[in-house]
Design a binder for this molecule. Structure first.
Ligand SMILES: O=C(O)CCC(=O)C(=O)O
Length: 265
């Protein structure tokens, strides 16, 4: 999560989010899940008032050594389409210096768009530079509240990644920042094109892995919610690999719980 926060951070830890060559595969998603439709139903401009959240599919448990995740399709198609359109209208992504990544001494454009929103008191300090997320906007507050109702966890910060098509991606990394409340889960909402999300165990990476634990591939559907519970991010890296055949955009929102006051020396 660090790379979108501060350019100074990119200088110090260039490898963590570096692009790694990833094999090109068919996305493990059903054809009709690939992207949003051109003709969308007309939905009210105001956010629907929903006192409780009923998942469109039952929760699935995803378990492996050191991995504890739960997955559901939280929003049916009409609601998910509407959320996608609202986010397209309302979210303002970072521009300029925050869209760059420093890898092996060179500046690269981040292969997607990113931005963070969150509680007003929060700050993130990295390499001695402090940044604040943008203030919540109604559609994000609505999504956050729906996820809180569905999971009984609270969140005060969200990172949004927008992938314009299957060329946009995110390299292997762990969400293990010190700013996160210890042991708090991360709630990952996906809207738009279905994309494969790949977990790889920390001991099974690189050319000479010390162990051979099979990676876990999850096709993340339009309207889905993936809960990454402790200790998943301690032992497993995750990525969203390139899928060149995917032409439609996707938005991913990871809701997190960040410590309110962190003293940095
Ligand atoms: O787009 C995704 O599903 C992955 C996003 C991600 O890896 C992250 O926010 O740390």
């Amino acid at each position: 999560m660090d790379k979108f926060l501060v350019r100074g951070a990119l200088k110090l830890q260039p490898e963590k989010r570096k692009h790694q060559p990833e094999e090109e595969e068919e996305a493990g998603c059903a054809k009709e899940e690939n992207g949003t439709e051109e003709k969308r139903p007309r939905l009210p401009m105001a956010l629907p008032d929903e006192p409780r959240v009923i998942c469109a599919t039952p929760w699935k448990e995803i378990r492996a050594e050191g991995l504890d995740c739960n997955y559901t399709v939280l929003f049916g198609k009409a609601k998910a389409d509407w959320l996608f359109q609202e986010l397209e209208k309302e979210v303002e992504y970072f521009e300029g210096e925050f869209t760059k990544l420093h890898v092996f001494g060179k500046w690269h454009n981040i292969p997607r768009k990113q931005v963070t929103y969150g509680d007003s008191g929060l700050t993130y300090t990295y390499s001695g530079v402090t940044f604040s997320p943008k203030p919540w906007i109604p559609v994000l507050e609505h999504l956050r509240d729906q996820i809180q109702l569905a999971t009984s966890h609270t969140f005060n910060f969200v990172l949004i990644n927008r992938y314009k098509d299957g060329h946009d991606h995110i390299g292997e990394h762990r969400d293990d920042e010190r700013e996160l409340v210890p042991r708090s889960p991360i709630a990952s909402v996906s809207l738009g094109a279905c994309r494969d999300f790949v977990f790889r165990h920390s001991t099974s990476r690189g050319k000479r892995p010390s162990r051979h634990i099979e990676p876990i591939k999850l096709p993340l559907q339009h309207g889905s919610l993936l809960m990454m519970n402790f200790p998943t991010n301690r032992y497993w890296y995750h990525s969203l690999p390139i899928r060149k055949k995917i032409l439609a955009p996707r938005i991913n929102l990871t809701f997190r719980k960040v410590m309110a006051h962190r003293i940095v020396t």
